[in-house]
Design a protein around this ligand. Structure first.
Ligand SMILES: [Zn+2]
Length: 261
């Protein structure tokens, strides 16, 4: 199973991407979230795996020695690997050969090696443990329910969110198309804070703005139906008060239509 099918989690619970992925930096850096005091927050296994390699005992080597510092490399099977670098000295919870489950604590974020402040330099590799096999973690990992994403993160629109399971007791919406943007407010002017992965989401609020139905799926996270695919035009007399059930039925009708066309 490749990274795209594993649906792994992010390596930290307070996700603040400070440096994105590029040809010069085929990794993402995640820093401590400002103001939360999590400068040494725990680094978690992004998927089930075996600890392939560890290094500990490095101090800070900036700017003279360009090394990863204290690191953990996790073998997640099928040629997939994850590297966590610049960890806090003496903070490793695992040793080489340990088998861990997704979400297991591996080490703490630190400032060892070639680093200018507490952060994790995180690399995802596929088809073998090689620096030339590095891929953008934002395309493969998911921010799970218990993980928060700082809206100031670099490349925020690429960060994926884990969708929920169907729960008949709750108001939910199923997203069946890709390319829907997640915004901080229910308006086309709302700041884009991510992309919506197809799946099922709990609905906390519904608003009718700019000719679209907007659904709130998390704090400061809204999405509308994509222009040209989903539109909303409920006659006013049919919903003088917010009518969540009718609005939901409308969304599902529109979604069905979008699938057929
Ligand atoms: Zn880095």
């Amino acid at each position: 199973m490749a990274w795209k099918d594993k649906k792994g989690q992010y390596p930290v619970n307070d996700v603040t991407v400070t440096v994105g992925y590029s040809a010069e930096h085929p990794a993402i850096d995640m820093g401590s979230t400002a103001g939360t005091g999590n400068g040494n927050q725990i680094l978690y296994a992004v998927y089930d795996g075996t600890v392939n390699y560890i290094e500990d005992g490095w101090g800070n080597t900036y700017p003279s020695n360009k090394v990863y510092g204290n690191q953990v490399i996790l073998d997640c099977g099928d040629g997939d690997f994850a590297r966590y670098a610049h960890n806090l000295t003496g903070s490793l919870f695992v040793k080489q050969g340990d088998k861990v489950k997704m979400g297991a604590a591996l080490a703490r974020m630190g400032n060892s090696g070639y680093s200018q402040g507490n952060h994790v330099h995180f690399e995802l590799m596929e088809q073998g443990l090689s620096r030339s096999n590095r891929i953008d973690p934002r395309d493969y990992l998911y921010a799970k329910e218990h993980q928060t994403v700082n809206l100031k993160s670099t490349g925020l629109s690429r960060i994926r969110y884990q969708a929920k399971e169907r729960d008949p007791e709750k108001h939910q919406v199923e997203v069946i198309v890709t390319g829907i943007r997640l915004r901080a407010a229910p308006s086309l002017d709302g700041v884009i804070v991510g992309g919506v992965v197809p799946g099922i989401y709990d609905i906390f609020d519904i608003r009718d703005v700019d000719g679209y139905i907007w659904v709130k799926v998390r704090q400061d996270e809204w999405f509308a139906t994509r222009e040209g695919e989903w539109t909303h035009d409920l006659p006013p007399e049919r919903h003088p008060e917010p009518d969540y059930k009718a609005a939901l039925e409308q969304i599902f009708e529109i979604a069905k239509t979008a699938l057929k066309t």
